[in-house]
Write a protein that binds this ligand. Structure first.
Ligand code: NAP
Ligand code: MG
Length: 496
């Protein structure tokens, strides 16, 4: 079978007004860090994009001090209505600068422009709009009368959805009345720094949001800073565990959004066309760099061969290549380190006896690439069935009965998400009820909405982001408001 060839349709980079170098964003302005600057590159061709400042512990301290001052003097005294106005303004500016942000995100991260343009950036705006609406309604959010902000929030995010993870962190924190110091991932700082320009454009008071770039050391200095009241982290379970240890016994409130190994369960009565698209979206969206990716396909045994045949056929139509090309379905792997990890785990899959199939894609000469891959004959003991690969690799297992599907789906240390494909509503509800996963999608996958809480069980972390629950992660319950105000005042006295 032959397919229509597509002519290249690259999005223009001219909309980007890139600077040669970017400083840290502290107290409303850009300044150089004291660490050794680093270069962020495009993973599609390894070309340098810009030089980025590196925050050391003293820079992190300046950022936390700026956030504390802004909290005490401005943000904690501002009405919710006025805070909401700033959030609405930020949301509108994100919309106005959508194309620029999408190009920056695809360039720095390697994700296809059609995803950054149609998914990431619109969701960023949606998150700010949604939480803008909450800012003046905290008394009615179900956390008691007059719930109180926590203070300064330290937020550390990964590289897979750089701007969206920033929005998930910053929007609820500001709506609840906190100030923020955020650290983006080392490989994807660009969109956060353009976002800092948007904050200047929005006239957000200095110090309310501070952005410190750097690697793990910068993140560690931030979450361990004694003057932060809240730590919010998204990333690997290993780093999440270290942060949980270091914050234990302190007064810091902690939420962790960690890895996953989601089961995507396909029953024999599933609407097959939609299920195939759902499987593809579940694991190949964003090159599989998705914590809630449907990386374990559980397919009912009697439809296994049909599903795999159709899936392979569908994968041969995916186009891999230039992330800025509007036709691209599969972009670049974000870094050399991540590519090595995907390769290693895939090789182990083969060594352990699973059968490997790879879509026939042309791999570009430069950059980091991994073609969509399926493993069949996977056993629950295989590492590719247990560990998060965080790449475009699907492990396929089979089941015979709903009970077996549930047992296999729950047989993981993680519990972030799951999917169910079936024509039968009662079966969907019955199975969903017994899955230990924070989010269960029915006849769809990877759907996100700011009104819907998101988060995990077990090693996928704790706390919820999104919705009213996400707001609660940044508030002290109002039932104890006077005690909270007193303790916050006492803390300030000690700090002085
Ligand atoms: P990671 O190492 O946990 O990084 C996440 C963030 O934490 C980055 O900003 C990172 O900085 C920072 N960081 C690293 N060490 C730190 C420390 N000791 N204290 C404080 N912050 C620290 O995760 P990754 O390297 O990006 O990805 C590795 C694995 O994490 C993936 O394979 C996947 O399993 C998982 N992951 C999960 C999600 C999710 O959404 N749940 C997202 C991404 C990754 P630098 O990156 O700048 O060094
Ligand atoms: Mg980069």
């Amino acid at each position: 079978m032959s397919f229509l060839e597509y002519a290249p349709a690259p999005e223009s980079r001219s909309i980007l007004h890139l600077k040669k170098s970017y400083g840290l964003f502290i107290d409303g302005e850009f300044r150089d860090g004291h660490g050794t600057p680093f270069t962020t590159i495009s993973p599609a061709d390894e070309s340098p994009i810009a030089k980025i400042s590196n925050a050391d512990a003293s820079d992190v301290d300046s950022a936390v001090s700026a956030a504390r001052r802004a909290y005490d003097r401005v943000w904690s005294r501002m009405s919710g209505r006025d805070r909401g106005k700033y959030l609405f303004r930020i949301a509108r500016l994100v919309q106005e600068r959508t194309r620029e942000l999408a190009v920056a995100e695809s360039l720095d991260n390697g994700k296809p422009i059609k995803e950054s343009r149609d998914v990431d950036v619109p969701l960023v705006a949606a998150w700010f709009f949604y939480y803008a609406g909450w800012a003046d309604k905290l008394d009615h959010a179900g956390f008691g009368p007059s719930p109180h902000a926590l203070g300064v929030a330290a937020q550390v995010i990964p590289w897979n959805f750089p701007l969206l993870m920033l929005a998930w962190k910053i929007a609820p924190a500001l709506a609840a009345g906190n100030t923020v110091v955020l650290k983006p991932a080392e490989t994807t700082p660009l969109s956060a720094l353009i976002f800092a320009e948007i904050l200047q454009q929005a006239d957000l008071p200095a110090g309310v949001v501070n952005i410190v770039t750097g690697a793990g050391d910068t993140g560690s200095a931030l979450v361990n800073h004694p003057d932060v009241d809240k730590v919010a982290f998204t990333g690997s379970t290993a780093v999440g565990r270290a942060i949980a240890k270091s914050t234990a016994g302190t007064a810091k409130k902690l939420t962790l959004e960690l890895g996953g190994k989601a089961a995507n369960i396909v029953f024999d009565d599933a609407p097959m066309d939609q299920a195939i698209e759902g499987i593809v979206n579940g694991i190949f969206f964003n090159q599989g760099h998705v914590c809630c990716a449907g990386s374990r396909l559980l397919v009912q045994e009697n439809v296994h061969d049909e599903v795999i045949d159709r899936l392979k056929q569908r994968l041969t139509t995916l186009r891999m290549g230039d992330p800025l090309d509007k036709n691209t379905d599969i972009g670049a792997i974000n870094s050399k380190a991540q590519l090595d990890r995907i390769r290693t785990l895939s090789d182990i899959g083969e060594q352990e006896g699973a059968e490997r199939w790879t879509a026939d894609c042309v791999i570009p000469a430069k950059g980091f690439w991994f073609a969509p891959t399926i493993f069949t004959n996977v056993e629950t003991s295989h590492r590719i069935a247990r560990e998060e690969i965080f790449g475009p690799v699907l492990s396929v297992l089979t089941f015979r009965t709903p009970a077996e599907a549930i047992a296999k789906a729950n047989n993981t240390p993680y519990g972030l998400s799951a999917g169910i494909w079936s024509d039968k509503g009662s079966r969907i509800l019955g199975v969903a009820d017994r899955l230990r996963a924070g989010v269960v999608w029915a006849n769809t996958f990877n759907r996100f909405d700011p009104a819907s809480p998101f988060g995990g069980y077990k090693e996928s972390g704790y706390g919820r982001e999104g919705g009213r629950h996400g707001l609660g992660a940044y508030l002290q319950s109002g039932w104890n408001a006077s005690a909270v105000v007193k303790s916050a005042t006492a803390k300030k006295e000690v700090a002085r």
